[in-house]
Design a protein around this ligand. Structure first.
Ligand SMILES: NC(=O)c1ccc[n+]([C@@H]2O[C@H](COP(=O)([O-])OP(=O)(O)OC[C@H]3O[C@@H](n4cnc5c(N)ncnc54)[C@H](OP(=O)(O)O)[C@@H]3O)[C@@H](O)[C@H]2O)c1
Length: 313
């Protein structure tokens, strides 16, 4: 196998550990596919992994690539792969440990990869996996959202937040949410009402919601409990050890982790292909120029208003 470029690091740390280097992609193992990456999307988990915050799960092996979401073309398949073949246009995600989509080539398991709908560009498809599957599972499986119910999304214009808002609306629910004062108009255009600013007074929304999704992880237990109806659910996607402990107690509060699932990913991609879900792209940058742009996103949360996409090939 020839060498390929990828953004990788040789120890856990801040953005300064990132390098664009050659690596030799392995042959795909049993159940794996090797994908020639066309586009990859940045997510907050990328720097949590690189910082070593998840090292219990990601281990000590280096060098390690960065990036989990991708879209591209299958280059080769390993033994036992039945759904995909070389030449297929696909989108998918890597495991936490197998990160490395800011690259020309990446290995993923067949289970985490689905065909790319022709209506979506590689850039649009790459934006979907992490935020799409997390939002979908939050609304359908963990939130058990039904038509006519009311959901509140804290951080309703972030990647997961705006995706969850659109999915909830297609489910026939009403969606309220919080965002910055400068972004209220954008939230209104998505169909979100009422819209409140980040420092809102929870008491003014007492007992209103069947489901509360906290994508910023900033709502206090008291505020969240105030806002949900009796029997309502609270989902927090920004875990900490103390939140996991609280999540194990009886009551409405649960920490939620999205789980890769090909059926869910295919369904969300189909929603996007049919125009029922739009994940905006704030900026596209080629792999060769990506490290400073990824660092800017991590440090200063810019570009805002959509996903940062790294293109390769
Ligand atoms: N558990 C899981 O399975 C899972 C899956 C995906 C992501 N995550 C985690 O979930 C978080 C959100 O992911 P994402 O991709 O949606 O990130 P994102 O695009 O950065 O969105 C975060 C949102 O929270 C908003 N926000 C910031 N401070 C806030 C505050 N004080 N009150 C209310 N909202 C606030 C941000 O607004 P501004 O942009 O205006 O600052 C932004 O809209 C990240 O920590 C990520 O690691 C977890």
């Amino acid at each position: 196998m020839l060498a390929a470029k990828r953004i990788q690091y040789h120890r856990y740390g801040g953005p300064e550990v990132l390098r664009l280097e050659d690596f030799v992609p392995p042959q795909p193992g049993r159940g794996e596919v090797l994908v020639r990456v066309k586009a990859a999307a940045a997510n907050a988990m990328d720097w949590k992994i690189r910082n070593g915050e998840l090292r219990l799960m990601t281990g000590r092996g280096f060098p390690r690539g960065m990036g989990n979401d991708f879209a591209g073309v299958v280059e080769a398949v390993g033994a036992g792969v039945t759904r995909l073949r070389a030449g297929d246009a696909v989108l998918g995600g890597t495991s936490l440990k197998g990160a490395g989509t800011f690259a020309e080539m990446v290995i993923a398991t067949e289970e985490a990869v689905v065909s790319k709908p022709a209506e979506l560009s590689y850039e649009q498809a790459a934006a979907i996996p992490v935020v799409g599957v997390t939002a979908f599972q939050a609304m359908r499986d963990k939130g058990k959202l039904r038509p006519g119910q009311a959901v509140f999304i804290n951080g309703c214009l972030g990647g997961v937040g705006r995706t969850a808002a659109q999915i909830a609306l297609t489910f026939g629910a009403s969606v309220a949410g919080s965002c910055r004062a400068t972004d209220v108009e954008e939230a209104r255009e998505l169909g979100i009402a009422p819209i409140v600013e980040f420092d809102f007074d929870a008491a003014r929304l007492e007992g209103r919601f069947d489901l509360l999704l906290d994508t910023a992880g900033t709502l206090s237990a008291t505020a969240a409990q105030t806002m949900v109806k009796r029997g309502g659910r609270i989902l927090d996607i920004v875990p900490t050890p103390s939140k996991f402990a609280r999540s194990a107690l009886p009551g409405p509060y649960r920490v939620m982790m999205g789980r890769p699932n090909p059926e869910d990913l295919a369904e969300v991609a189909e929603m996007a292909a049919r125009g029922r879900l739009r994940i905006p792209i704030a900026r596209t940058v080629p792999l060769a120029d990506a490290i400073p742009v990824l660092t800017e996103l991590e440090r200063h949360r810019t570009p805002r208003g959509g996903k940062l996409i790294v293109t390769a090939g």
